[in-house]
Design a protein around this ligand. Structure first.
Ligand SMILES: [Zn+2]
Length: 263
């Protein structure tokens, strides 16, 4: 059973991992990469959320392959990246915290017993100790640097609720159409074999998203949320291939003179 925290107790202790990993680049970079669903960690005090360990190796636990892909792109482009270390089942760091699935009781037909009927204090401690410091760090990086482009890297499961998702990659956006469309045009010209989804496998909405509305649209920084189907990211060669595809699409975007301006 999940323990209930007293008001004065911290959720994270000395043996829990830090909330995020920051990969810094050795030059001043034009781009920041963000990976909200990188990690699989669960705070020790939450006792594994009452589900079996293997759940955290599945797509509901984290974005399979996304952290490795993000690190690879960061290395290829020599740009900074911030990766969030806790499982999306602890708290979803790309979703407003006032939504019921911010801390999901059910995820793709799996009951997350450690998230059932949690107290307001327990909910608030996950927000205060994981969600907020992660996004505060992103805001600080965006305040201190003049990035031309911010990219969120995610992966999606090939099948959800019985529906097949045929796209190899999806570019998700709302107000900033230019950035994602540039990536999509580059990919269709250079990789005609790929099934490219526009706003697939889902649409950006204020009540289901954080990166695009808050870090991208509010600040008017060029941005895109990239979703790669996770069966492409199961081994090193797949990750290398997709890191190269995405890195080249980013380089192409930055080489177009008009794109030096914010949208
Ligand atoms: Zn994700």
């Amino acid at each position: 059973m999940t323990k209930v925290l007293n008001k004065n107790q911290h959720l994270l202790g000395a043996f829990d991992p830090s909330v995020f990993e920051l990969i810094e680049s050795d030059i001043s970079a034009d781009i920041l990469l963000v990976c909200e669903h990188a990690g699989q960690a669960v705070p020790i005090k939450l006792n594994g959320l009452g589900v079996s360990l293997e759940i955290f190796n599945q797509h509901i636990g984290y974005d399979i392959g996304a952290a490795k892909l993000t690190r690879k792109i960061a290395a290829q482009l020599n740009v900074p990246a911030i990766l969030q270390n806790y499982s999306r089942l602890v708290i979803d760091c790309n979703r407003p915290t006032n939504q019921s699935d911010s801390i999901p009781e059910m995820s793709d037909h799996t009951l997350i017993s450690g998230n059932l009927n949690i107290s307001d204090e327990d909910r608030q401690s996950r927000i205060d100790e994981i969600f907020t410091p992660f996004h505060d760090k992103i805001s600080q990086l965006l305040d201190q640097n003049h990035y031309k482009l911010i990219i969120a890297i995610h992966s999606f499961t090939p099948q959800m609720n019985g529906n097949k998702r045929p796209w190899d990659v999806g570019f998700l956006f709302r107000q900033d159409q230019k950035t994602s469309r540039s990536f999509m045009q580059y990919l269709s010209a250079n990789h005609p074999d790929l099934n490219i989804g526009e706003n697939q496998p889902y649409n950006i909405e204020n009540n289901s998203d954080w990166f695009v509305p808050i870090h991208g649209e509010q600040r008017r920084i060029a941005h895109s949320l990239i979703e790669v189907r996770n069966d492409h990211l199961l081994n090193e060669s797949g990750i290398n291939k997709w890191a190269e595809i995405i890195s080249k699409a980013i380089q192409h975007f930055l080489s177009e003179p008009l794109n030096e301006l914010n949208p």
